[in-house]
Design a binder for this molecule. Structure first.
Ligand code: BJW
Length: 243
């Protein structure tokens, strides 16, 4: 392993749970009471655009009432202070990682605060409600939709993610159930290329057995402790002799 190791971090809904954003699956989850296929597929969007746009308008508006928690802040600190390669890949569509200060960040499943033109593919920052048939400022088509990766659509930045996974020394998965691919397969890709693997989650995920190490508990407690330990050898107070 090189020193400092290359790090890739995958985050999921569990990292934002303690900020008050519901996770997807399980009791009280965001999709309790909704059928996934009613809101989260291209077919659902085509069938009932008003329902799908309203669902995402409500979630975009709800971002104003939540704040990053200690896990987001710890990952932003790691991003700022880590002397080596690092990439945070989030499946989350909220903006809490960037509001905490993270820079080396990819949103593989899209962003609530972005709109996508279904006709020309242009992406635009979007803060307010997005009525169906909103015109695209680039091509003029009445085709702006939530910039969310639905089931059956290709997640963003897969080339960059695959490249980072193939060269990382440490892969850490935080707050994700491991129920959705391709993200659920990242641990196997990273391990295939020789990375050490760590899972931090409230409970064992579907793919827990694929990780070398698992730490179970709330992200806002476990992530700051993990980041502290990872950064200690590289902190300015630490003498090279103690590493
Ligand atoms: C805490 C905590 C705390 C709670 N602290 N932890 C059959 C086999 C394999 C694949 C497929 C298949 N059939 C179909 C597919 C593909 C499909 C898929 O995976 N389906 C599965 C259901 C099987 N995937 C796709 O379609 C993807 N595209 C694709 O595959 O393209 C083709 C391709 C080919 C080759 C290469 C690459 C691509 C697209 C997937 C898009 C997912 N989009 C969503 C919706 C976003 C919109 C929205 O927000 O409404 O993204 S789905 C939803 O799930 C969302 C999430 O990002 C994603 C993952 O959920 P996450 O984050 O894991 O949340 P939860 O709720 O499931 O889990 C939370 C976890 O946190 C739990 O474990 C808790 O315990 C824990 N937790 N509190 C720590 N305080």
């Amino acid at each position: 392993m090189i020193d400092p190791p290359n790090v890739v971090i995958l985050t999921g809904a569990g990292v934002s749970a303690e900020s008050g954003i519901a996770t997807f699956r399980g009791p009280g989850g965001l999709w309790e009471g909704h059928r996934v296929e009613d809101v989260c597929t291209p077919e659902a969007l085509a069938r009932d655009a008003a329902l799908v746009h309203r669902f995402y308008d409500l979630r975009r508006a709800a971002l104003a009432g939540v704040e990053p928690n200690a896990a987001h802040r710890a990952l932003a600190r790691l991003d700022a202070e880590w002397p080596g390669e690092l990439l945070i890949v989030t499946q989350n569509v909220d903006d809490l990682h960037e509001r905490a200060g993270a820079k080396r960040l990819l949103h593989m499943h899209g962003e609530l605060k972005s709109a996508l033109c279904a006709a020309c593919g242009a992406r635009r920052p979007w803060a307010d409600g997005l009525p169906p048939a909103t015109a695209c400022a680039d091509c003029g088509a009445a085709a702006m939709r939530p910039d969310i990766v639905f089931f059956g659509e290709m997640p963003y930045d897969m080339d960059r993610i695959e490249a980072a996974l193939s060269t990382c020394d440490l892969f850490v998965s935080i707050g994700t159930s491991g129920a959705v691919y391709p993200a659920a397969g990242f641990v196997q890709t990273a391990a295939h290329w020789g990375a050490a693997t760590l899972e931090i989650n409230l409970e064992p995920s579907a793919g827990s057995f694929l990780f070398e190490e698992s730490r179970m508990g709330p992200a806002a407690t476990l992530v700051p402790a993990w980041v502290d330990a990872l950064l200690t050898p590289y902190s300015t107070q630490s003498s090279p002799m103690s590493r």
